[in-house]
Design a protein around this ligand. Structure first.
Ligand SMILES: [Zn+2]
Length: 110
């Protein structure tokens, strides 16, 4: 890849963004100092930041529950009826479980 301004050689560097575990990449022209950024990777970082912001602003209908043992390696918990009603969760319905980090699991009703 060459500099779009002067045609000089580009040096890659890592762009770390506070609040996100993802990083983007940037390129600096060794000749004129112009900076370029990897748009695709930058977009992903922005999307990640938005998702985290969204999660922090979630309304707090928060209920503490005990995790129960279902079988040898499987754990489970019950959905409180108010929570199930709010998200229209019915028996046989599907949910997507996503591990966000070591302390958070996101459950999305399909
Ligand atoms: Zn240049």
């Amino acid at each position: 890849m060459k500099c779009k301004k002067c045609g000089g050689r580009l040096k890659k560097f890592k762009v770390e963004v506070e609040g996100s575990d993802l990083h983007s990449e940037g390129f600096e022209c060794v000749k004129c100092g112009e900076l370029f950024f990897d748009e695709e990777k930058s977009r992903k970082v922005v999307a990640d930041l938005r998702k985290r912001e969204f999660l922090e602003e979630l309304p707090a209908l928060s209920i503490k529950q005990k995790v129960v043992k279902l079988s040898k390696d499987r754990l489970g918990f019950y959905f409180n009826k108010d929570i199930a009603r709010c998200v229209n969760l019915k028996p046989g319905g599907e949910i997507e479980v996503r591990l966000l980090d070591k302390k958070r699991i996101l459950v999305e009703v399909e």
